[in-house]
Design a protein around this ligand. Structure first.
Ligand code: UTP
Length: 297
C-alpha cells in the first residue's frame, strides 16, 4: 500500500469571495480530453497515477460531507439522466472513491499544521504529498508524481521534493532551494538551503545553483515525498509554537530535516499550474486544457 496526502482545508482567501461559495479545490477545470471536473479530482488522479492506493484528503470538518458526497456513487436518478460519457465518468468516480479517506484539520493554522494532522494516518510510512490547489502535467508518459516516487525509490530513503526552474522575479511567491547537483544529469540536488518566499536579493546571495541561467532559481513544484521524521519535526514546532507569518509552515520543518538528515531536490519533467490566485487560476485552466496529451509507450 502506498500513501498520498492532499491538503484541502485552507481558507482560500486569495480567491475570496468565490471561496465563500465554493472551496477553491472544488473549482472546475477542463482536462485536455475535454472533461470538466473539480481540481481536487485531478489531484487524486495524479496520486493514483503514481501507484498510491491509500489517499487522504485533509478537510475542514464543515467541508467533509460536501467533499465526501462528491466522491461517493451517483444516485440511480442521476445515473438515469447521464449519457454514456457521463456514465463512464460516474463509474470512474465510484472506482477512485474506494481509495479516499478524510483527515480533519479543525483550525486553519497553516500548511505544515494541516500535514501534521495526518500523522496518525501516515503510520510511520513515507507519504506522497500533493498541493491541493495545483494542476500537474507531465512531459512524458510517467506522471509527475510517478517520476518523483521513482526517484525516491531508487535512492536511499531521504525526504525529496520536486523542483522546477523559476525566474527570479517570482521567487518571493514560492519556497526556493539552493544547493549542489548530486548527479551529472543535474536531475538531483543536494539541498543546502531552503527558504520560504525569499526576496530576489536573498535568493541571489544564498540560493544560486551552478549551471542555471542568470537570475533563475529552483522553486517548489508542489509535490513531495515526506519521511516519518517530517511529522515528528512538525509536532515539535507546533509544541514550541514556532510559527512563520502566524502559521506553521512545512518549509520550516523541511529545513530542519535538511540540517540533520539531508533533503533531496528532484527536477521533474513536467509543468505545474497554480490555481490558488485569480489570474493564475484563469491562465492555468486555459493552459492545462490546451496541453497536448503525452503519448503512452
Ligand atoms: P495555501 O498556502 O494556498 O493557503 O495552501 P490557503 O489558505 O488555501 O489559501 P490563501 O493563502 O488563504 O489564499 C496550500 C495548500 O494547503 C492547504 C490548502 O487547502 C492548499 O491545498 N491548507 C493550507 C490547509 O489544508 N490548511 C491550512 O491551514 C492552510
Amino acid at each position: 500500500m502506498r500513501k498520498a496526502l492532499i491538503p484541502a482545508a485552507g481558507l482560500g482567501t486569495r480567491m475570496f469571495p468565490a471561496t465563500k461559495a465554493v472551496k477553491k479545490e472544488l473549482l472546475p477545470m477542463i482536462t485536455p480530453d475535454g472533461v470538466c471536473k473539480p481540481i481536487l479530482q485531478s489531484i487524486v488522479e495524479e496520486a493514483l497515477s503514481a501507484g498510491c492506493d491509500d489517499i487522504a484528503i485533509i478537510v475542514r470538518p464543515a467541508d467533509r460531507d460536501l467533499i465526501a458526497s462528491y466522491f461517493s456513487p451517483c444516485s440511480d436518478a442521476q445515473l438515469a439522466r447521464l449519457k454514456d460519457d457521463g456514465k463512464a465518468q460516474a463509474a470512474h468516480l465510484a472506482d477512485i472513491s474506494r481509495h479516499i479517506s478524510y483527515v480533519e484539520q479543525r483550525e486553519q493554522q497553516g500548511f505544515g499544521h494541516a500535514v501534521h494532522c495526518a500523522r496518525d494516518w501516515a503510520d510511520g510510512q513515507p507519504v506522497l504529498l500533493l498541493l491541493g490547489d495545483h494542476l500537474y502535467s507531465s512531459n512524458e508518459a510517467r506522471s509527475c508524481a510517478r517520476q518523483l516516487l521513482d526517484a525516491f525509490d531508487s535512492l536511499e530513503p531521504r525526504a525529496t521534493l520536486s523542483l522546477y526552474q523559476a525566474p527570479g522575479s517570482t521567487v518571493h511567491h514560492y519556497g526556493t532551494a539552493g544547493g549542489s547537483w548530486a548527479n551529472p544529469q543535474h536531475t538531483l540536488l543536494d539541498i543546502a538551503e531552503f527558504a520560504e518566499k525569499p526576496s530576489l536579493d536573498y535568493a541571489r546571495q544564498h540560493l544560486a545553483v551552478p549551471g542555471l541561467p542568470h537570475d533563475t532559481f529552483l522553486c517548489v513544484y508542489g509535490q513531495y515525498v515526506l519521511t516519518p521524521d517530517v511529522f515528528r519535526i512538525l509536532g515539535e514546532q507546533i509544541a514550541a509554537n514556532r510559527r512563520l507569518k502566524g502559521e506553521f509552515q512545512l518549509t520550516t520543518a523541511l529545513d530542519e530535516l535538511r540540517q540533520t538528515q539531508g533533503l533531496r531536490g528532484f527536477m521533474v519533467n513536467g509543468e505545474h499550474f497554480d490555481t490558488g490566485q485569480p489570474r493564475e487560476y484563469l491562465s492555468s485552466i486555459l493552459a492545462f486544457a490546451n496541453k497536448r496529451l503525452p503519448t503512452t509507450p
